[in-house]
Design a protein around this ligand. Structure first.
Ligand code: PCA
Length: 214
């Protein structure tokens, strides 16, 4: 049994739902075969979210950690390739904190790559029938903060565990005016099950182009 820790976030920026948590709890309720999945909901607060994640990793000793966050405006599931060592908040977090150009980890490396087979994860989501792509930026808000904190934790304290971050679009019920793209939680959960199964069973990535020109 591969032990998977799957995190989602509480709502932020005035929203009353965060699709990342809706998806995380669905996948934990009905996990893919061969995987035990524990879902944990993180605060959308700099520092606190990273601490909650560290506590969950200590408690559940996962083989695989996948953190989910909402990226409203993106049309598809985006598997993040890289976490950077910077907090630069465009809006305050849920505790009113708004760091500008602060390191996530003082004296930490500039960046960490995901240790998931990111292109195989993209392929798995697509094979499940859900649009997905590779992303080269997780932003500089709480999602990137948690992603960087995760990769730093695994690199320094849990070298046998692998991890990464996946952004997901808004839910249809969040954008009823059609102003932004959306995907239903059940579809994203279906793709996430396939993505987790791929991440659990392969370490080598696919060698296919998924790059971007900008
Ligand atoms: N998305 C935000 C933080 C929490 C979430 O779900 C982000 O992309 O940073």
């Amino acid at each position: 049994m591969t032990r998977v820790l799957l995190t989602g976030f509480e709502p932020f920026d005035g929203a009353d739902v965060n699709p990342s948590w809706e998806v995380a709890r669905r996948v934990a309720d009905t996990p893919p075969e061969g995987l035990s999945v524990t879902a944990v909901r993180l605060s959308c607060v700099f520092g606190q979210a990273a601490e909650e994640l560290r506590t969950a990793v200590r408690e559940f000793t996962p083989d695989l950690v996948v953190c989910l966050g909402q990226a409203a405006g993106r049309p598809d599931i985006t598997v993040e390739r890289v976490a950077i060592n910077v907090d630069d908040a465009r809006i305050p977090d849920n505790a009113g904190r708004q760091p500008v150009d602060q390191p996530v980890v003082p004296d930490g490396p500039a960046a960490y790559f995901s240790t998931l087979p990111v292109k195989a994860c993209v392929a798995a989501a697509r094979e499940a029938g859900v649009p997905a792509s590779l992303s080269h930026t997780a932003g500089t808000f709480v999602c990137n903060h948690v992603f960087y904190a995760l990769m730093h934790l695994l690199a320094t304290q849990h070298p046998s565990a692998r991890g990464g971050f996946v952004h997901i679009p808004a839910l249809p019920e969040q954008v009823l005016d059609g102003s932004k793209p959306s995907l239903p939680a059940d579809s994203v959960a279906h793709a996430l099950r396939a993505l987790l199964a791929a991440a659990a069973t392969r370490t080598a990535d696919l060698r296919v182009p998924e790059g971007a020109t900008h």
